[in-house]
Design a protein around this ligand. Structure first.
Ligand SMILES: O=C(O)c1ccccc1NCC(=O)[C@H](O)[C@H](O)COP(=O)(O)O
Length: 255
């Protein structure tokens, strides 16, 4: 079984539990939705999506000590345009409490990073204050991708649709996805290759679609490379979570 298959097996169990314990009608959302797309359209500056990620399957524990509120506050002060919060507990040591705390702390759009296979997870993320959800094409059939996308849009959420190859990109485009996350990390082998962004950018309609380059970004050269390829935003997790001097890391990556 690949890690993605293992994660999805756990998600199936979580969905069963959520269906027994969670009802959106009993947990209404208390905050307005904050748009990331509007921020992208405001100017041509490269946007940074800063991630709160304690651990990952490829790296194990990255930084278990950080406080989500403090980290989010610093991300905002340093100019991040969105904060991504990993809410998976078993593989990433995250939680929906992390997401709620980040949402209460900053005035930025919040992306819920999780492995969504069912509408109930979208309701749950919405209720906790997520402004965007992630849909990973590799983990869904095209039919389910469309159903889940439509469900999120009906709630007013924005959707980041994540792809890793040409056929997944085609599936994202077929449902009209506007935010397309090109994951440089192969979720089967964990190999990171920025050439994935450089390859897929050629198939993106940059007038209509917003390319976000995700994973494995560490240096100014990495950032310059994906920006040159046409990325309008970058999503950075590990490099920021390991940094002992976030101000310097932001400056170094964006110079
Ligand atoms: O990061 C992993 O090891 C991973 C493994 C399996 C599925 C997803 C995984 N990561 C989720 C992400 O999307 C990344 O956290 C995100 O792109 C940031 O990547 P990085 O900057 O390399 O931490």
């Amino acid at each position: 079984m690949t890690i993605l298959e293992q994660i999805l097996a756990v998600k199936k169990q979580e969905v069963t539990e959520l269906k027994q314990t969670f009802d959106l009608a009993e947990h209404p959302r208390l905050t307005p939705i904050c748009s990331f797309i509007e921020r992208c359209q405001a100017n041509d500056q490269l946007k940074v999506i800063a991630e709160f990620k304690r651990a990952s399957p490829s790296k194990g524990t990255i930084n278990a000590k950080l406080d989500p509120k403090e980290q989010a506050q610093i991300y905002q002060e340093l100019g991040a345009s969105m904060i991504s919060v990993l809410t998976d507990r078993q593989f990433f040591q995250g939680s929906y409490q992390d997401l709620a705390q980040v949402k209460q702390t900053v005035e930025l759009p919040i992306l819920n990073k999780n492995f969504i296979i069912d509408e109930i997870q979208i309701d749950h993320a919405y209720s906790y204050g997520a402004d965007l959800i992630l849909l990973i094409v590799a983990s869904l059939t095209e039919e389910r991708l469309k159903q889940l996308y439509d469900h999120a849009k009906k709630l007013g959420l924005e959707v980041l649709v994540e792809v890793h190859d040409e056929s997944e990109l085609k599936a994202a485009q077929a449902i009209g996805a506007k935010l397309i996350g090109v994951n440089n990390r192969d979720l089967k082998t964990f190999k990171v290759d920025l050439a994935v962004t450089e390859r897929l950018t050629q198939l993106i309609n940059h007038d209509r679609e917003i390319l976000i380059s995700e994973s494995g970004l560490q240096t100014a050269d990495d950032v310059a490379r994906v920006k040159q390829a046409g990325a309008k935003a970058i999503l950075v997790g590990e490099t920021l979570m390991r940094s002992a001097d976030l101000e310097k890391t932001f400056q170094d990556m964006l110079k």
